[in-house]
Ligand binder design. Structure first.
Ligand code: NI
Length: 219
């Protein structure tokens, strides 16, 4: 997921992206269900090579990803730092494995609260509870660069996942974290934020994206 970072009334200085502007980001209480800290800070210091991010209409973005199995452990441990590197380089606040062509149920997020790296790697994430009240906020996606739209989703969610060590954990979020978790987990089922828009709005946005990408190609 990506937040708008320039242009429009919600613009913020690039250096201040995703931090320190009083967003309604009260959520983010991470509940550890295994030992140890939830956040894997050293991963933020990764110098892992980045990965190309697939763009709409790549059909891999529409496929359902497979659960990470025990035999995938090495692949996932190699992939997570590269996904974080790609996400930070974009820059974005969330990235799902299908967006880099890996059809696994793996998500990385970092809302960079207080402008500090705060990466979370979620293996096989699952929404186990969602609030009945909804919230609308603007979303963007690294696979649809430059496109933003208001999306309405449950205001709070609780997500169960495994961390890189295999420990089972839960994270609960509202505000930006809630939207980001739902947006990224959607990617694992081939769902994009534009799917929540009316057909008219969605087609407009997809046409604009195709046009933007074509003119970038020519440039
Ligand atoms: Ni996305």
């Amino acid at each position: 997921m990506r937040e708008r970072s320039g242009g429009g009334t919600r613009s913020i200085p690039p250096e201040k992206d995703f931090g320190g502007r009083g967003r309604s980001c009260k959520g983010g209480s991470a509940v550890a269900t295994g030992g140890g800290g939830v956040y894997i800070a050293p991963l933020a210091m990764t110098d892992a090579p980045t990965l190309p991010i697939l763009l709409v209409p790549d059909q891999r973005l529409r496929a359902k990803a497979k659960p990470v199995a025990a035999g995938d452990a090495d692949r996932v441990r190699a992939l997570a730092p590269r996904m974080l590197a790609a996400m930070y380089a974009a820059p974005g606040i969330g990235l799902a494995a299908p967006q880099v062509g890996e059809m696994l149920r793996l998500v990385v997020i970092d809302l960079q609260k207080e402008e500090k790296p705060d990466p979370v790697v979620l293996v096989n994430p699952e929404i186990i509870a969602a609030s009945r009240d909804v919230a609308t906020r603007e979303e963007g996606c690294l696979s649809l660069p430059g496109q933003y739209a208001d999306v309405t989703r449950p205001a709070q969610v609780r997500v169960r996942y495994h961390d890189l060590s295999g420990a089972r954990r839960e994270i609960e979020g509202e505000g930006l974290l809630s939207a980001c978790l739902q947006h990224e987990i959607d990617h694992l089922d081939g769902v994009l934020f534009v799917d929540y828009l009316s057909a008219l709005k969605r087609n407009m946005l997809l046409r604009r994206l195709a046009k933007d990408l074509k003119s970038k190609e020519r440039a």
